[in-house]
Design a protein around this ligand. Structure first.
Ligand code: FAD
Length: 462
């Protein structure tokens, strides 16, 4: 039997990154994967959804750039080609993950892992079964879409995975759940030409982002003809040959909406229920998540858990970050997780991005803050791009201008947030940002200008 220092279960952005870091630390590593290298993120999550989002954006821009003098007579979408392009991007990334694992001499085992005890797993691949014994394990089995009893998944009642491979762009699409996955996909299909209705149970879509930010996204959705119904409860669906009729309750009234498909995005459930975790003695936290400490160690000291199966944001970069911490902890290092500077991005149109504290969260922690906003509309590059909706908002500690948070809504927010994450991680103040020379004309100047507002010396705003 082969001796394994560290066995990793799941080759998503958590697992494969943990495996590579563990080999960098001198460990002998085996990774077990039942479906696809790269996990949900590369195959049916972040990457394919971003392909549809960018294709939708280009399509929409090609059709609607008349005010910039671009007159496109007939802009067409070749859906088969879009799907082919998407699959090409996915294969390149999955191939890259395989190459990295092999290059790092990590053994890849295909199959589904189940714990036999705290040092042994059984891996089942089709008809064959193999047992592996390890010193340490990292569980990175990710999550899957939640299915609700009144909306069982079918050909027309679909989840986010199905939404990435529809046979055509639907004429009408209903999205249940206005979280980031539903709003991103709803926005992408609206750009691709669908008439979209988003039904959200809460007071607003994109819970967790500040209202002043989501207002900008809602304005963008409205411009695309997306109907957003909030405070609504989805009751049921009737399916026919060509589509669905969805019933929901809003403002005390029962209403219906017809569509070709209904996309249900009401959350993701951790893959912790079919792993035999009880046999290893691992304790659960709430909602199927696993209990871990700051080094991602479960209640069983030689077994770690990372990514979507532990609490916090269900995001790829969080899974990778935890993967590195867990691998370093196994190697005896003092690495611990610190989520203050972890960014969260929503790839709507325009994009939303946040890092650190927002104003409300800072107040809840009794931190006295100064905030400043600078609009995209006052930036030369944003004007040249014809992308003037949005703002950068900075949150700094009042006593010393230490930057503790940033929120950005607007074109390019997903890239701009990185500078703010670095600033928070490095303990920079608003002066540091204001004194850093930013190239002109760039969207990056907006953050510099917001920092100048914080320190009371703005140039381009009165
Ligand atoms: P996963 O990526 O889910 O990987 C887990 C792997 O474990 C899978 O490959 C699975 O097959 C394998 N596995 C499970 N059980 C077993 C077993 N018993 N034995 C062997 N293998 C097993 N996040 C972002 O940061 N940015 C985005 O833009 C973004 N967009 C998204 C869009 C969509 C449509 C979706 C669905 C998700 C998106 N996410 C995004 C979330 C992101 O995909 C997840 O947070 C991330 O993939 C979690 O990584 P993970 O390693 O924990 O798990």
């Amino acid at each position: 039997m082969k001796y394994i220092d560290t066995l990793v279960i799941g080759a998503g952005p958590g697992g494969y990154v943990a495996a590579i870091r563990a080999t960098q630390k001198g460990q002998n590593v085996t990774i077990v994967e039942r479906e696809y290298l790269g996990g949900v993120c590369s195959n049916v999550g972040c990457i394919p959804s971003k392909v549809l989002i960018s294709v939708g954006h280009r399509f929409e821009q090609a059709k609607h750039s008349g005010d910039m003098g671009v007159v496109a007579e007939e802009v067409k979408l070749n859906w088969a080609k879009v799907q082919e392009f998407k699959s090409g991007v996915v294969s390149k990334l999955v191939g890259g993950v395989k190459g990295l694992l092999k290059g790092n001499k990590i053994d890849i085992v295909n199959g589904e892992a189940y714990f036999v005890n705290a040092n042994t797993v059984r891996v089942i691949d089709g008809g064959s079964e193999q047992t592996y014994t390890f010193k340490n394990a990292i569980i990175a089995t990710g999550s899957r879409p939640v299915e609700i009893p009144t909306f069982k998944f079918t050909k027309r009642v679909i989840n986010s995975t199905d939404a990435l491979t529809l046979p055509e762009v639907p004429e009408k699409l209903v999205v249940i759940g206005g979280g980031y996955i539903g709003t991103e996909l709803g926005s992408a299909y609206a750009n691709l030409g669908s008439q979209v209705t988003i039904i959200e149970g809460g007071k607003d879509i994109l819970a967790g982002f500040e209202k002043q930010m989501t207002q900008v996204v809602k304005k963008g959705l409205k411009k695309k003809g997306v109907e957003v119904v909030v405070g609504a409860s989805a009751k049921g669906v009737e399916e026919n040959e060509n589509g669905v009729v969805v019933t929901y309750e809003a403002d005390g009234e029962e209403k219906t909406v017809e569509a070709n498909y209904v996309l249900v995005t009401v959350g993701r459930r951790p893959n912790t229920d079919q792993l035999g975790l009880e046999a290893a003695g691992i304790e659960f936290a709430e909602r199927g998540l696993l209990k871990v400490d700051k080094q991602c160690r479960t209640s069983v000291p030689n077994i770690y858990a990372i990514g979507d199966i532990v609490s916090g944001l269900q995001l790829a970069h969080k899974a990778s970050y935890e993967g590195k911490v867990a691998a370093e902890a196994i190697a005896g290092e003092n690495s611990i997780v610190d989520y203050l500077a972890i960014p969260a991005v929503c790839f709507t149109d325009p994009e939303l991005a946040t890092v650190g504290f927002n104003e409300e969260q800072a107040k809840a922690e009794d931190i006295e803050v100064k905030t400043a906003k600078f609009p995209f509309a006052a930036n030369g590059r944003a004007l040249a791009l014809n992308a003037t909706e949005g703002f950068v908002k900075l949150v700094a500690r009042k006593e010393d201008n230490l930057l503790i948070g940033a929120q950005i809504v607007g074109t390019g927010a997903s890239d701009m947030i990185a500078e703010m994450a670095v600033a928070i991680e490095a303990g920079m103040t608003a002066e540091d940002i204001a004194l850093t020379i930013h190239a002109h004309p760039t969207l990056g100047e907006i953050t510099m200008e917001a920092a100048e507002v914080i320190i009371g010396r703005p140039i381009h705003i009165v």
